[in-house]
Design a protein around this ligand. Structure first.
Ligand SMILES: Nc1ncnc2c1ncn2[C@@H]1O[C@H](COP(=O)(O)OP(=O)(O)OP(=O)(O)O)[C@@H](O)[C@H]1O
Ligand SMILES: [Mg+2]
Length: 151
């Protein structure tokens, strides 16, 4: 499946996938390996839905060489890979959309990079027009699985 010039693993075609944590990580690694920057991946989902877990897996699959578990509360985390810069942006603590400018948002979005955004809704109309969108939802009655909706 091709989304623009981005290649998305075949599983992403399906909606209604429920995945345990290990499956979600494996899916994320596949997505990272198939990602073709410039690419923005927007991950939505409630607190604890697994956005960071997925973002870290995408980074691993893409070939990020730094440790992606860096314990930081920075809104923007930059990693390196052999291919291009990788940004993991968590907008949960963004106080106001206007603060995007302070974190270098426009420059990052103009770069040839892989950019993964948690809480993209906080960026409002400053999100680029067509990111690859992934939604994670809790599954009622099963705390170990998440519903994945992609594309
Ligand atoms: N199927 C699953 N996929 C992902 N995480 C799972 C799954 N089942 C249980 N979990 C647990 O849910 C938690 C997900 O945490 P994570 O930090 O990835 O969520 P998040 O969406 O980034 O949260 P936040 O909104 O606070 O940033 C982890 O503790 C993980 O172990
Ligand atoms: Mg998170």
């Amino acid at each position: 499946m091709r989304v623009g010039h981005h290649i998305v693993p075949p599983l992403a075609k399906q909606s209604g996938l429920t995945l345990d944590e290990q499956q979600l990580a494996a899916w994320g690694e596949d997505l990272g390996a198939a990602s073709n920057p410039p690419l923005v991946i927007a991950i939505t989902g409630d607190l604890g839905a697994g956005k960071t877990t997925l973002a870290q897996a995408i980074c691993r699959g893409f070939g990020v060489t730094d440790a992606v578990t860096s314990p930081t509360y920075a809104i923007v985390q930059q990693y390196s890979s052999e291919r291009c810069p990788v940004y993991h942006i968590d907008l949960y603590r963004l106080d106001d959309q206007s603060h995007l400018t302070n974190i270098g948002w426009d420059d990052i979005m103009a770069e040839h990079a892989l950019v993964i955004v948690e809480w993209p809704e906080r960026a409002g109309d400053r999100m680029p027009p067509d990111p690859l969108h992934i939604e994670l939802d809790y599954v009622e009655g099963d705390a170990t699985r998440r519903l994945l909706i992609a594309g």
